[in-house]
Every structure is written in structure tokens, then in C-alpha cells.
Design a protein around this ligand. Sequence first.
Ligand code: PBG
Ligand code: ZN
Length: 279
Amino acid sequence: MPGICQHAGKEIAAVALRAYESGVQAVLLFGIPKSKDEQAREAYAENGVVQNAVRQIKRHAPDLTVITDVCLCEYTSHGHCGVTRRDGEHFHVLNDESVELIAKSAVSHAVAGADMIAPSDMMDGRIGAVRTALDQAGFEQTGIMSYAAKFSSVFYGPFRDAAESPPQFGDRRSYQMDPANADEALREVELDLAEGADIVLVKPALLYLDILWRVRERFGRPTAVYHVSGEFAMVKAAVRDGVLDERAAVLEIMTSLKRAGADFIITYWALELMEWLKE
Ligand code: PBG
Ligand code: ZN
């Protein structure tokens, strides 16, 4: 992903401070652990990479909203978003076992100081489980941004390489949504709101503007959209080839996302965008 890199723990506070000073309202953290295993142990370790980063950021940029992505795929040796069981040719993602570890990860992020937790795994019942776990641990004020309508998409490709988390076998179609099914997306959003999501998110962005619009119209709740790595990479390639003007293209994309109903936009252009918006 051109211009995008992983940050070491010791530089994360400076990066976050720069974001805050440029006017970015919130950051979304993804962790790349030292080691991966079947139980995703580093995902809920007290001194895990995200937990440490949250503490660093909160120490140096206390007013920057810190949202943490919660998923197991960066932490499992096989790269799936949950705990799996294999039998011969087939594998199953174990929903309830996964949800338990996801809730445990969420609490560990809240303990470290995260303002909001963003479960991105798409397991059933995880929003309710995360809400209950946070409340029981005394984190009633910690919010939840649910990746409620996350489609199974080829546009996540560059992220999976950057996050070193491509599935080692099978694919994610058993838990991510079918791009052809809009009704399922609306049902998932409704369920997540009922389970306690504060913000619902649609992902990817430009190919799913119809979903974004319908979610915002139907539920009238805070809605976010994630302009994903493949969508970013497409524009970057066009810019590199001299066929698009980056600033103009990005401003038009962001305008479209707002117009379609986004209250929040997650984008890899956040820092540059803040500069462009000031011009
Ligand atoms: C992992 C996760 C993914 C993205 C965000 N969190 C990849 C996936 O689900 O395969 C994609 C982000 C992007 O493409 O920019 N749960
Ligand atoms: Zn995942």
C-alpha cells in the first residue's frame, strides 16, 4: 500500500500526536503481534502490541479518540478471524469459542484505555458479548463501533498483505457477507444495533454506497464507512500512471461518502485530507 507502513511501538505516540495536531479526530489501531498461535493469545495479552500502543497514545495525545480493531486474524497462526477446527479437507470457524476470545480482547483494550472497540470479525452474537463483558468489567462508557455490514471482498487484498494476515487455508466467506445480498446486510445492522452497537459500519465503501444509504436512512443511527485498502490502491495506481489527480479524486470520493450518509469515514488518506481541506 503506497505511503502506508507499519509503525513500531516506540514511534506510535509521535504518529498519533501528528494526527491529532492535524485535526484528525480518531485513530483505528490494528496490531501485528510478535507471535501467532491457534488461540490468538497475543490478541488479549496485557502487554500485547495494541494494548501497549493505546497506553502510549493516551499518555501523549489524551484527547485523540482511540478506537481499536478487535479481531483474531492478525493473531491466529492460520489467519482466520476466529478459532478454527479442521477435519480433513474441511475447516470450521467455532463461533462461540471465537466470541469469547473477542470479548476478552475487547476488555483488554478498554483496560489499556481505548475509547471505543471495533469488532471486525463478523461472528454471530459478538456485539452483545462484547457489551456484556465491557459492562461487567466496569467499562460502561467504552463505546462499540460494529463492522456490521462487512462484505466478503477482494478489495481487502492489500490490507491482508500489509497486516500479514491472509488466511492460510479456506476463505472468509463463511463469516463475511455475500456481496449480492443487501437484505442480509440490513438484518446484520439491525441485530448489531439491538445488541448495543453505538456506531454501525459499512465496508467496503464505494461499491456499497447503496447499503450505506439504506442503513443511514432506515436506522438513523451513527453510521461509519470504511474506504478499504483495495479502493485506496486503485486510486494510487491511477495517480501513479498519471490518469487521475489525487487531491481532486480523493475529495470527490470523500464527498460521495458524506452524501451517501456517512457520519464517519475511515480512510488511509486521513492525514493528507486534513491538509487538503485546509487549502
Ligand atoms: C480483519 C480486517 C480486514 C480489514 C480490516 N480488518 C481484512 C479482512 O477482513 O480480510 C480490511 C481493511 C482494508 O482492506 O483496508 N478483520
Ligand atoms: Zn479478521
